[in-house]
Design a binder for this molecule. Structure first.
Ligand SMILES: [Zn+2]
Length: 309
């Protein structure tokens, strides 16, 4: 197994009393590469907490980015989950394999367009012609070109759609990290649709978590800073009770960078093909996340035990 860097600081196991009863949570990979050990930590948390609390796991295929998503990667991730012995409660893997699904973003884009119309009716949507490079470097409000004030047509070719989420802080109580606060507009206005016409990750995830009834979002700490704007967006789109959030530690390389799809030697299918058993891989992920004191095999049916008192 690959060498890992030090773990993110802070608690790794939520206070059982604070977990929602019978939550609906989700595993929501983007089919832009193979599942790797970093995903497996998320799998351990998602399935483990759902099994420990009598909750349900939704599997959502986040293929909103049409340029980077591949159906072959979706097939591979379904294969990997089956090999691990961890099936979702909805939809079933067989249903996803069979064809169109309300849990595959590319199969029904209407909910995202409808959400944008809601934001448009609130006067929040504008066209933005700023380049990707300028946007990536931008840390101020709005966008670098001040496009919201320019009144550009928002359907011009090559322009992105952005939304102003308004002022003020959003607060939430992370189930691992405690009270958090952030300004949804601090890092610039939210991208709804990129210049190539793809609906954005934050738009799709907020729309889908709402329509799929997700009330517990379990994900890696790299998305902690994205939460205030997703909370605000959900409220603007009419969600009255926000989901609970749990941001867990990430597996990191010795350099401190998080594991990524580019780290080919950590792909689950390669490790399984190489002879590792699902229980060994789940045990490795649990130990690496700090959920187990030592590396030992954990059968898929026992991941819930990691979160029981
Ligand atoms: Zn702009």
């Amino acid at each position: 197994m690959i060498p890992l860097g030090p773990r993110d600081p802070g608690p790794v196991r939520p206070d059982r009393a604070r977990l929602p009863a019978h939550p609906i949570t989700r595993f929501a990979p983007a089919p832009t590469g193979h599942l790797h050990l970093g995903h497996l930590v998320n799998v351990v948390y998602v399935w483990g907490i759902a099994r420990a609390t009598g909750g349900r796991v939704i599997l959502r295929i986040e293929d909103h980015d049409r340029e980077r998503s591949r159906r072959a990667f979706e097939t591979a991730l379904l294969d990997d989950l089956e090999r691990l012995g961890l099936g979702p409660d909805a939809p079933t893997i067989a249903e996803l394999r069979a064809g169109r699904s309300a849990y595959r973003q590319s199969d029904d884009l209407a909910p995202y367009a409808a959400a944008v119309e809601t934001l448009r009716s609130q006067g929040r949507v504008y066209g933005c012609t700023c380049s990707r490079t300028r946007l990536l470097a931008w840390r101020g409000p709005g966008c670098p070109g001040g496009c919201r004030e320019r009144g550009l047509p928002d359907d011009a070719p090559g322009s992105a759609l952005r939304a102003w989420l308004g002022e003020g802080q959003e607060r939430f109580d992370d189930l691992l990290l405690g009270p958090q606060a952030g300004d949804p507009s601090a890092d610039g206005d939210l991208t709804l649709r990129d210049r190539d016409g793809n609906w954005s990750y934050p738009l799709c995830v907020v729309v889908d978590d709402t329509r799929h009834g997700v009330d517990l979002v379990i994900r890696g700490r790299d998305l902690l800073n994205a939460t205030p704007r997703q909370l605000r967006l959900g409220r603007l789109l009419g969600r009255t009770t926000p989901p609970a959030f749990l941001h867990h530690p990430l597996l990191r390389k010795p350099t401190g960078a998080k594991l990524s799809k580019a780290d080919g030697d950590t792909a689950l299918r390669d490790l399984l093909d190489g002879g590792a058993t699902p229980a060994e891989l789940l045990g490795f992920a649990a130990a690496a996340a700090g959920l187990a004191d030592s590396v030992h095999s954990i059968p898929a049916a026992s991941v819930g035990d990691l979160f029981k008192p």
